[in-house]
Design a protein around this ligand. Structure first.
Ligand SMILES: [Zn+2]
Length: 295
């Protein structure tokens, strides 16, 4: 598609901060090029651990006010990326962060993990039929790394894409819309390994160094079908990640989550096309997620 203004990208994420870590450069690039960029975040991230000691009182096991604070962090991150359309699935607080797999928080009545897939998906169908994206980005069926909310975000996004195109499903939510291309967030194993080598060579950036296995979505290079060069948007991505100050510590081309283990901050972002037709020749990675789509 050649008309940038006709391009519409929808990203579905579990918690505030996932979008900036996974897709910050992609979002900044498409927004700068005039595409419509819509982010749907499924929870407020209420169960996150808090990095800055001065904000530790917000955590779920103390004042339980982290969700509202993280909504503010997300808004600040979107300003850095130039993205104006960001929403919470079903409205802020409709679905609560389920916490890490196996915790009692998984079983809360309003935990996203417990949401009925079609019920949660209906909220997203309304967004799909309104925005009418050609491209959807979400996680793989394992949620990239097994967090219940990431697995559920995958299920809900996948189901919503099916239901949005089905004219018999909830006609009150708008005219049917079929999404042309669906991608999963990925990191090529070679890129992750090279990034960790750079981090180890840089010395004591953070108290420890994470491992390739800690990075969500790492797969063999051959699985990658698209790469978006966000080099020109590296500063914006880093600024968006810094806006999530309760969750992320950024140091140059590296960052750490609350476990204090350093990881490389990637400004080329990688994807696997799982639905639709690649706009690149066989065996060649796409460099534009909209390649081959029509308005
Ligand atoms: Zn997350």
């Amino acid at each position: 598609m050649t008309d940038p203004a006709a391009r519409r990208l929808l990203l579905v994420h579990a918690h505030p901060d996932d979008e900036s870590i996974n897709n910050g450069a992609t979002m900044a690039r498409y927004a700068a090029e005039g595409a419509g960029v819509t982010l749907v975040t499924c929870t407020l991230g209420e169960e996150g651990e808090v990095i800055p000691a001065a904000l530790a009182h917000l955590a779920a096991d103390r004042e339980d006010r982290l969700g509202a604070h993280r909504a503010g962090e997300l808004a600040a991150a979107m300003r850095e990326l130039g993205v104006t359309d960001h929403r919470f699935l079903g409205g802020p607080g409709r679905f609560r962060d389920s916490g890490m797999m196996g915790l009692p928080q998984n079983d809360r009545e309003n935990a996203f993990w417990h949401a009925q897939t079609d019920t949660a998906a209906a909220h997203l169908v309304a967004v799909v039929r309104e925005v009418r994206p050609q491209v959807l980005v979400t996680y793989d069926p394992h949620g990239g790394y097994g967090h219940p909310d990431h697995i559920q975000a995958h299920r809900v996004a996948t189901r919503a894409a099916e239901l949005a195109g089905d004219g018999g499903f909830r006609p009150d939510l708008g005219a049917p819309h079929t999404i042309a291309k669906i991608y999963w967030n990925r990191v090529p194993r070679s890129v992750a390994e090279e990034g960790f080598a750079r981090l180890r060579a840089a010395g004591d950036v953070f108290p420890g160094v994470a491992s390739v296995g800690d990075v969500p979505g790492v797969v063999d290079d051959a699985e990658i079908t698209a790469e978006v060069d966000g080099t020109a948007y590296a500063e914006r991505k880093a600024a968006a990640m810094r806006a999530h100050a309760t969750q992320i510590a950024v140091d140059g081309p590296f960052f750490a989550l609350s476990n204090d283990l350093g990881q490389p901050l990637l400004t080329t972002e990688y994807y696997q096309l799982v639905h639709g037709t690649s706009g690149a020749p066989a065996g060649v990675r796409e460099t534009d997620l909209f390649a081959g789509t029509v308005a």
